[in-house]
Design a protein. Structure first.
Length: 220
């Protein structure tokens, strides 16, 4: 076990936070995002947590020209030594009307646990079934932990205004013993829309999951 002491300036008036992590410093390293759409989600505003940065993405399909806005926020409670992370991703048309909204959060994560809400890859679009409606893909993980147990992992995809999802856990088998302790490494479940999706969409979704489910890959 490797112990990492993390000093948090905003909390220094009250407590020096120590995390005991079964992993290496990769828990606090910059994740592999892939493009500049999402910048380094390491430490922001002096707090020790991981959260993605705000972004915008223009898309054009049979729904018309629109913009995807990604907004991420942290709410701190210095007195209770806790933090909450929030995510809101919205597709908005040219008239400012929201076509769909995805919200998620890590709520009241108490020190010494470290909260995390990060996109594993940039939000992106495809048209795998060729129907003129973009499939908008986002994959992100959420956690509040002191050790390298599996995080919650989600794929949310919108085609037009229809939502598809895969939800489960990351695979942390690269951290010795963690999968045996947690018992749910790499677990996933498809919602009904994804189970009944076009074969090209479903194949892409499963590869998307497989390519990104292993946590700490390349960082141990």
């Amino acid at each position: 076990m490797i112990k990492i002491s993390v000093y948090s300036p905003k909390w220094s008036r009250i407590w020096g936070v120590t995390f005991s992590l079964i992993a290496t410093c990769s828990m606090l390293a910059t994740p592999s995002i892939g493009t500049e759409q999402i910048s380094d989600p390491d430490v922001r505003d002096g707090y020790t947590y991981r959260i993605s940065r705000d972004f915008t993405l223009d898309v054009h399909d049979n729904l018309g020209s629109s913009t995807i806005y990604g907004r991420f926020a942290i709410n701190e409670d210095v007195e209770d030594l806790s933090a909450s992370l929030k995510m809101k991703i919205t597709r908005t048309d040219s008239k400012g009307k929201d076509l769909w909204i995805v919200r998620d959060f890590v709520n009241d994560c108490d020190a010494p646990a470290m909260p995390e809400l990060v996109l594993t890859t940039p939000v992106h679009s495809t048209d795998l079934d060729g129907n003129g409606l973009n499939e908008i893909w986002m994959m992100y993980r959420l956690s509040c932990r002191t050790e390298a147990f599996p995080s919650d992992l989600k794929i949310i995809m919108y085609e037009g205004k229809t939502k598809y999802a895969i939800r489960g856990k990351t695979d942390v088998h690269l951290v010795p013993g963690m999968c045996e302790v947690s018992g749910d490494c790499g677990y996933f479940k498809l919602d009904s829309n994804m189970r009944n999706a076009n074969s090209a969409i479903k194949k892409y979704a499963m590869k998307f999951w497989t390519d990104n489910v292993v946590e700490f890959k390349g960082r141990l």
